[in-house]
Design a binder for this molecule. Structure first.
Ligand SMILES: O=c1[nH]c(=O)c2[nH]c(=O)[nH]c2[nH]1
Length: 302
């Protein structure tokens, strides 16, 4: 035998689900739109190696299950719904041992009409999404990573970058004032949950953590006189760890979306650099990409 199956998982990706919650008393409706991916692992090798489909739960059935579970259960917070989906598959099928569920929740923010929140109209206010990766493993528990991505931010001052390595490869000037712009990708990983019931104990913690992570990210971005993307993202991550005790690590991945000054002095001596800069050229690429993982200091074992 020249080869063996090293790893295998399969399932349905891009399952688009929208659930409308209707409050009968108030008439207020709420919409949750998600894109779900659900991949399964287990004793499925023969479907790859022996063309034996008897172990295959069809990806079409996986899609059907996601819709049925969305009807029968709350779909928010996504950490809970992901845990419900994953737990279903490992409990329903003896030969399935791991379920990997990814949920992207798209924004439908309630419209304000005539100064009042509208009961059933919504606005896609930006590309930002709230995401979860939920990995449910038989005999181990539920691993949850929650994240925000696609949150575009820019500040037009309050950012510096100087003191970096200067050598024969360097052309970048040091700056004490620049535009800083990024698209936030922030992830916070929860301590392992032993079971679905442990996830259910306090589901409000997931919304609180999301609100806190979002607020911390935006507050630090705006308020800190940034020395670099690296320094500001570390401070954000540290603060999230401080306010959400059940989170064990925080990851940030921030592109540095450059806005170049445009020297226009060739045209009648127009001043448009340094303190006179007003017109900039946004760059689509290349961009910096700065990442980090921040964890809690490990306590020494006595
Ligand atoms: O905040 C920054 N970090 C860097 O590592 C870097 N490198 C660079 O060219 N500009 C910047 N800005």
């Amino acid at each position: 035998m020249a080869s063996k199956l090293g790893a295998a998982r399969y399932g349905k990706d891009n399952v688009r689900v929208c659930k409308v919650h209707r409050d009968e008393k108030t008439g207020v409706q709420t919409v949750t739109e998600m894109t779900v991916c659900c991949l399964l692992e287990g004793d499925i090798d023969v479907s790859y190696t022996k063309a034996d489909n008897s172990v295959v739960v069809a990806t079409d059935s996986i899609k059907n299950t996601i819709f049925i579970l969305a009807k029968q259960n709350p779909v928010t917070p996504p950490e809970l719904f992901g845990s419900i989906i994953g737990t279903h598959f490992i409990e329903k099928y003896k030969h399935i041992h791991v379920a990997h569920v990814n949920i992207i929740t798209h924004r439908w923010t309630r419209l304000a009409v005539d100064g009042k929140p509208h009961p059933h109209s919504f606005l896609r206010d930006g590309a930002e999404t709230r995401n979860v990766q939920v990995d449910v493993t038989e005999g181990k528990g539920i691993e949850i990573a929650s994240s925000i991505s696609g949150l575009h931010v820019l500040k037009s001052t309050g950012s510096e970058f100087w003191g970096f390595v200067r050598d024969e490869y360097t052309t970048l000037p040091e700056v004490w004032d620049r535009i800083l712009s990024t698209e936030v990708d922030a992830t916070w990983k929860w301590k392992l949950f032993s079971s679905l019931s442990e996830v259910k104990v306090d589901t409000a913690r997931f919304d609180h953590a999301w609100s806190a992570a979002r607020k911390i990210t935006l507050d630090f971005f705006a308020k800190e006189n940034s020395a670099s993307v690296q320094a500001v993202m570390y401070n954000m991550a540290e603060k999230i760890l401080e306010v959400v005790p059940q989170v064990e690590s925080v990851d940030y991945a921030l592109p540095n979306k450059h806005y170049f000054e445009v020297d226009l002095k060739w045209h009648k001596g127009l001043k448009n650099t340094g303190k006179d800069a007003e017109v900039y050229a946004p760059q689509s690429g290349p961009n910096g990409l700065i990442k980090c993982t921040v964890t809690r200091p490990t306590t020494a074992k006595l």
